[in-house]
Each structure stands twice: as structure tokens, then as C-alpha cells.
Design a protein. Structure first.
Length: 243
């Protein structure tokens, strides 16, 4: 895995600055030039509440937290007695989560997860719209099959996404049409995180509707048991092993 340079870990730098009282507002840049503020920095440190806490009740046993950030979900589950392995691509994010008390925080992108290094799990959590870390459809299906081999019978994936079609923004609709013309899924984004003078490498990030998520999951050893929160663009799917 290629190491981040000093000026590439924008996300982790924002988290570290927030813990030290120096702000931490990150910016998301899309490859069509659109720039937006991300979630407020304190969100990455808040204890889960509402729908988040409700869906986490489905978690059991040993847990893999994908894209753990500052460790807000991992810490909550760890305090509830779960053995949690928290992974994130950002080295500074891993430092922050360890500082906050995460017992097993590791720098690892989703594409590198493997049974030999991490062992087996009973639950996988992909909160904070982290289903998007699959990046694109074929990679998602390949990694879901790998997660099938890395998890126990009766395992669950708790995955959040955002329905890209629940928008009124013409710029988003134009971007979706551009994606279709390029043979990409409509909600497939090419983005990077910026903070102060730092910027991450460009990455693919996938937003899907519940129907698209079900299509991606089908035939990978998993199926959607339940979808929570469909009254807003953000939703959470409880995905279970297909018997």
C-alpha cells in the first residue's frame, strides 16, 4: 500500500486538528469542479444516535469497521463489548482513533482486506455512507464475495449509502448523465478531500439507491434483509448472508 505524503492526508489532518482545537472543516472536490463542505468535523466524534443506534443493534460478534475515521462507531461498539478491528486509509485518522481508545486500529484500504491478515468476522459496518468506498459496481461485487469468505455463517453487513436520485440540484443531474454517457453508474463520483493546502489522491466513491444496492449485492453471497431510513436520501441496509 502506497504511503500518503505529508500533503495527501487531508482527511486525517482535519481530524487531528479538531482534536487539538484548531477547527477541521474538510472540503469535497468533485472532478467536474464542484466543491462542497463535508460534514462538520464534530460529526466524526459524536456517539451514534437515532437511526444509527437502531441499525447497530443488528451487529453481533467480532466486527470489522470499514472507513472508521476518528472511530466513533468502533468506540461505541467496543464499549458494548465487541471485538472491533477498525480500518481506514488515512494514517492520521488511525492515530486519532487509537488516541481515543480504539484497541485495534489499522491503516488499510477496503480493497486490501483479507482473511489471512484480519481473520474472520461476524459483522461488517460501513457507516457514514461508506458503502461508497466500494467505488464502482464490479469492485463492489468482487469485494462482497471476499467479505463472504471472511465472515461467519449468519454474518451481517450494516451499510449506509445515499440515493443520488433524491436531489433537486441540476448540477448533480448533469453529472449523473455524464456518468451514464461514460458507461459509469449515475452515482459514481470521482472526488478528493481538501483541507487547508492538503488534498488526497482522487478516488471513486459510489452513491446508490436501495434498488441499485440490491442489484449489486445479488449473487455475491449476500442479500438485503431490511432497509432503514428511506424517507430521506440517506439510508442504511442490513445485509445478511444468503443461505
Amino acid at each position: 500500500m502506497k504511503a500518503f505524503t505529508e500533503f495527501e492526508d487531508a482527511f486525517g489532518s482535519a481530524l487531528r486538528d479538531f482534536t487539538e482545537g484548531r477547527g477541521g472543516e474538510e472540503i469535497i472536490e468533485r472532478d467536474d469542479g464542484m466543491i462542497t463542505l463535508s460534514a462538520a468535523a464534530e460529526h466524526y466524534f459524536e456517539e451514534p444516535a437515532g437511526h444509527d443506534r437502531e441499525v447497530l443493534d443488528h451487529v453481533h460478534g467480532r466486527v470489522l469497521d470499514v472507513g472508521a475515521g476518528a472511530g466513533r462507531i468502533a468506540l461505541y461498539l467496543q464499549q458494548r463489548g465487541h471485538d472491533v478491528v477498525a480500518i481506514d486509509v488515512s494514517p492520521l485518522a488511525v492515530e486519532v482513533m487509537r488516541m481515543r481508545g480504539i484497541a485495534d486500529g489499522r491503516r488499510m484500504p477496503l480493497r486490501d482486506v483479507n482473511r489471512k491478515e484480519l481473520g474472520t468476522f461476524d459483522s461488517v459496518v460501513m457507516m457514514g455512507n461508506n458503502f461508497g468506498l466500494f467505488g464502482e459496481r464490479s469492485r463492489a461485487r468482487r469485494l462482497l464475495r471476499r467479505l463472504d469468505r471472511m465472515t461467519s455463517k449468519g454474518a451481517v453487513i450494516v451499510a449506509q449509502s445515499r440515493d443520488p436520485y433524491q436531489t433537486t440540484d441540476d448540477f448533480h443531474f448533469a453529472y449523473q448523465e455524464q456518468n451514464r454517457q461514460r458507461g459509469r453508474m449515475a452515482g459514481q463520483l470521482r472526488i478528493r478531500v481538501r483541507y487547508k493546502i492538503m488534498k488526497t489522491p482522487w478516488l471513486d466513491y459510489l452513491l446508490v439507491s436501495p434498488t441499485e444496492m440490491a442489484d449489486i449485492v445479488a449473487g455475491t453471497g449476500w442479500r438485503i434483509r431490511e432497509v432503514v431510513g428511506t424517507d430521506s436520501p440517506d439510508f442504511t441496509a442490513i445485509i445478511e448472508k444468503h443461505p
